[in-house]
Design a protein around this ligand. Structure first.
Ligand code: ZN
Length: 294
């Protein structure tokens, strides 16, 4: 599924395209926390592994931003390699473990590069790709973007190295990694949970921000259009509806209190595009009506 929405930035035409790279299905205790939020991470992970009930499938979104200053991407989505035994040759145990609590359904024609090709958006012209985090449903197509800076955080690199989040699947010596937390500017209001920020364009209408919580190095992206601020919030909350300090949240955020601070900050702000929300296209369509009705 794709959804393309035109809007303007400083009166120049721009566009956001939502591209769904298949679905992910997780256990119910992963989708919504089964234990008190103060429970340690190891207990929450054990609850997920023990849970035999699957939640409903969720979309895996990626986002292409055609900005007056270039083409930018948020997240690289999933590929069929997740289900390909040979791709786990270097780490078969990690493959078995992940597939015991995650199901990813994606066809080759549904990958981000394949769908960009079908839409006529050249992958080689992408100048930067921001990873909201390094989980397997957000990184798989990174190698297709040969000319792009790949923005993540040093905090995420450290966490991925520690937990074995399989960076080898998307990363090589040629990958041009840049770190938001090393290059960014620290905020004046640290209470929001927003940390170091990098301007991706000259007029600061597109920014990548270190927003730890779901993982230690999670990041968000904000696009300031003439119509609204659009926030790409990764897995801080799976849906915009649950971007709410009192709603059920996922069972495996690494820092629950940081996630709750972010929920508080994001609730009611601009247009939210979390990475796994079926309602993203309809929320963006509302923005399109604002543009065409001007
Ligand atoms: Zn995810």
């Amino acid at each position: 599924m794709t959804k393309r929405v035109p809007f303007t930035i400083n009166n120049s035409p721009a566009r956001v395209t939502l591209i769904q790279t298949g679905t992910i299905t997780i256990k119910r205790c992963h989708h919504s926390c089964c234990l008190p939020e103060r429970a340690p991470m190891t207990a929450r992970f054990a609850a997920i592994l023990a849970d035999r009930r699957w939640a409903d499938p969720m979309p895996i979104w990626t986002f292409v931003i055609e900005h007056p200053e270039g083409i930018f991407i948020v997240d690289a989505g999933a590929t069929p390699a997740f289900n390909d035994e040979a791709s786990w040759e270097r780490d078969p145990r990690a493959g078995r473990l992940l597939r015991s609590f995650l199901r990813i359904e994606v066809q080759e024609h549904e990958t981000l590069p394949a769908q960009m090709d079908a839409l006529g958006i050249p992958t080689e012209e992408v100048s930067a790709l921001v990873l909201t985090h390094q989980h397997i449903d957000h990184t798989a197509s990174v190698p297709a973007f040969k000319n792009a800076d790949i923005w993540t955080t040093a905090a995420e690199d450290n966490a991925a190295a520690h937990t074995g989040s399989n960076p080898w699947r998307w990363r090589s010596a040629e990958t041009r990694i840049r770190h938001i937390d090393a290059e960014g500017i620290e905020p004046t209001d640290p209470k929001s949970g927003l940390k170091a920020t990098v301007n991706l364009v000259g007029d600061a209408s597109l920014r990548a921000i270190h927003t730890p919580g779901h993982t230690p190095g999670s990041a968000s992206v904000v696009l300031a259009t003439d119509q609204a601020e659009i926030w790409f919030t990764g897995d801080t909350s799976f849906t915009a509806d649950t971007m709410n300090p009192t709603a059920d949240t996922a069972g495996i955020h690494t820092d629950m209190s940081a996630v709750r601070r972010l929920h508080n900050h994001f609730a009611g702000i601009g247009v939210l595009l979390p990475s796994h929300d079926w309602d993203n296209p309809s929320r963006l369509a509302g923005l399109a009506e604002t543009v065409s009705g001007r």
